[in-house]
Write a protein that binds this ligand. Structure first.
Ligand code: COA
Length: 143
């Protein structure tokens, strides 16, 4: 089940976040959640938060700021469901489309975005640590 996140979910979201390669600090997570231009959604299994997505509405572009799924629940389609939910949530809200940056070697994430119709449109060289580049992806409204 997917629902809008509450502030009381932040501890659970942070626990998922620390299981990722380059986790946000709790402070960054909290500030992002409290930003008036972000929307947070969580995926629950048996009332437990096992995944989340952060979407930023910036000048009518919806940025996927972050998405993560608990390591025990990966490869079950949860991230894809969260992305699809976010796409559906904004689709009638007069936006240009959806965009994100993803580390060039983050194959599961790239797969999720491709499954949801995102296409690579550019590269930011050496954007991440270890000289890894970011792939810029877009899905425009109507595509
Ligand atoms: N290479 C290529 N594809 C891979 C892969 C690999 N090494 N490992 C998994 N996949 C595929 C899976 O087979 C699946 O595709 P399929 O449904 O066609 O079989 C897809 O990647 C994963 O889809 P889904 O199950 O919806 O994603 P998930 O719930 O496992 O979550 C992430 C995906 C990226 C959110 C999760 O791995 C995660 O939390 N990673 C850490 C945080 C992160 O990197 N976030 C992205 C920031 S841009």
């Amino acid at each position: 089940m997917i629902r809008e996140a509450r502030e009381s979910d932040l501890d659970d979201i942070f626990e998922i976040e620390v299981g990722t390669i380059d986790p946000w600090t709790f402070g960054i997570l909290e500030a992002d959640y409290k930003n008036e231009s972000t929307n947070y959604f969580v995926y629950e299994v048996d009332n437990e938060v096992v995944g989340y997505i952060s979407l930023l509405n910036l000048a009518s572009e919806i940025h996927i700021n972050n998405i993560a799924v608990d390591i025990d629940y990966r490869n079950k389609g949860i991230a894809t469901s969260l992305v699809e939910y976010g796409i559906e949530y904004f689709k009638d809200k007069d936006i240009l489309g959806y965009t994100l940056e993803v580390r060039e070697d983050n194959y599961p994430a790239i797969k999720v975005y491709e499954k949801s119709g995102f296409k690579a449109v550019g590269i930011r060289k050496n954007y991440y640590s270890n000289n890894k580049s970011a792939i810029i992806m877009w899905k425009y409204i109507g595509e």
